[in-house]
Ligand binder design. Structure first.
Ligand code: PLP
Length: 372
């Protein structure tokens, strides 16, 4: 049964045992790897993600995504590959609707064929393209709720409906949106994946992944992760549970900061292009407004001065670290090369942290003053 409380309350209380274990309002870290057999059912075991701290995290993740069940993985890639392995077998075909995070794209490029999977990359905004790419052996549709590195918002409700109508399992990477902004199960997605390394943990200090879905589907994902030894260790599970407590606050601030920076850049003569779904000029703005509660923490843009302009802007920034991740407390900025990202132009990606918006904007202002 899904928990109907508001998201800010869920982030703090969702999946927490009441009364709390041992009276502690913070669920403890159980580091134990092995547990005594106590009757029917398998005894907990660390590699299988069934130690009490791992289970506690799974209840929390399920509550936040409004799912029956959840499982954690050693990283976001562990979550995505675990989800795909749980639905695809030799000879199966995947519809990949998006541009995709580089690691996901690389996995498909380098490993899918070896596993006997075929796949087609299709436009997430064009349902006609999904229909033409459909084959008799298509088993799953994979997409991202906000694409990375160029933030686009595909026809997400349409993709889930399309998958259901054609008997496909729908899988979505919800890393950039987070459940604060979008809860994909509510529009019918079967499996929701996260790089919890990013906003779910939010402090840039663990690698983690998560998958949510029905009990039956998550049991299959958990079996894959157990077989490959790709689960999350309990100490990281404890840290991730702690990070989740402040998820709504952090993501709310990051979204507001990203919007402020996007608005500032959009009007600046030193910037040729800004892509942020929260800007009315963004091609997916109307869809994002309809589906989302916020527009994400990632802004992609192109400085007017080309390569040189981008370099001098990045060198001029004093607050954002030059690093390629997202979702943490610190703002980050990185260059995205067209050839590596499957795009037609180089971009700069700004990932908003939780600093004051005024300081972030002032930092861009001074850095751009040095460029133009
Ligand atoms: N999905 C998205 C959208 C990402 O941005 C990333 C990492 O940047 C991943 C998945 C992979 O996550 P991890 O590095 O935790 O494996």
């Amino acid at each position: 049964m899904t928990d109907e409380r508001r998201f800010d309350t869920l982030a703090v209380h969702g999946g927490e045992p009441r009364p709390p274990e041992g009276g502690s309002v913070v669920f403890p870290v159980h580091q134990g790897t092995v547990y005594e057999d106590a009757g029917p059912g398998a005894a907990p075991y660390i590699r299988l993600g069934t130690n009490p701290t791992q289970r506690h995290l799974h209840r929390r993740l399920a509550a936040l995504e409004g799912a029956e069940a959840a499982v954690s993985a050693a990283s976001g890639m562990g979550a995505i590959t675990g989800a795909l392995h749980s639905v695809l077998g030799t000879g199966d075909h995947l519809l990949a609707a998006g541009t995709f995070y580089g690691g996901t794209r690389q996995f498909l490029d380098e490993h899918a064929a070896r596993l006997g999977w075929s796949w087609d990359l299709v436009d997430p905004c064009d349902p006609g393209a999904w229909r033409s790419a459909l084959r008799p052996n298509t088993r799953a549709l994979l997409t991202e709720s906000i694409t990375n590195p160029l933030p686009r918002v595909g026809d997400l409700a349409g993709a889930a409906r399309f998958a259901r109508a054609h008997g496909l399992v729908s899988v979505v990477d919800n890393t950039l949106a987070t459940p604060v902004v979008f809860r994909p199960h509510e529009v019918g997605f079967d499996l929701v994946c996260h790089s919890a390394t990013k906003a779910l943990n939010g402090h840039s200090d663990i690698a983690a992944g998560a998958v949510t879905g029905s009990r039956e589907r998550i049991a299959r994902v958990a079996a894959v992760l157990g077989a490959y030894g790709a689960g999350l260790d309990p100490h990281a599970a404890f840290l991730l549970s702690r990070g989740l407590k402040t998820l709504a606050l952090r993501v709310g601030r990051q979204n507001a900061n990203a919007a402020a920076v996007a608005r500032f850049l959009e009007g600046h003569e030193g910037i040729a292009e800004v892509a942020y779904p929260g800007l009315p000029a963004h091609p997916d703005h109307a869809r994002a407004r309809e589906l989302f509660a916020g527009f994400g923490s990632v802004v992609a843009f192109r400085p007017a001065g080309g390569d040189e302009g981008a370099e001098s802007l990045l060198k001029g920034l004093r607050l954002a670290y030059r690093a390629s991740s997202l979702g943490g407390a610190e703002s980050l900025v990185t260059r995205v090369r067209a050839a590596e990202a499957g795009l037609d132009r180089d971009l700069v990606r700004f990932s908003a942290g939780i600093e004051a918006a005024e300081d972030l904007v002032a930092d861009f202002d001074q850095a751009l003053a040095g460029v133009v």
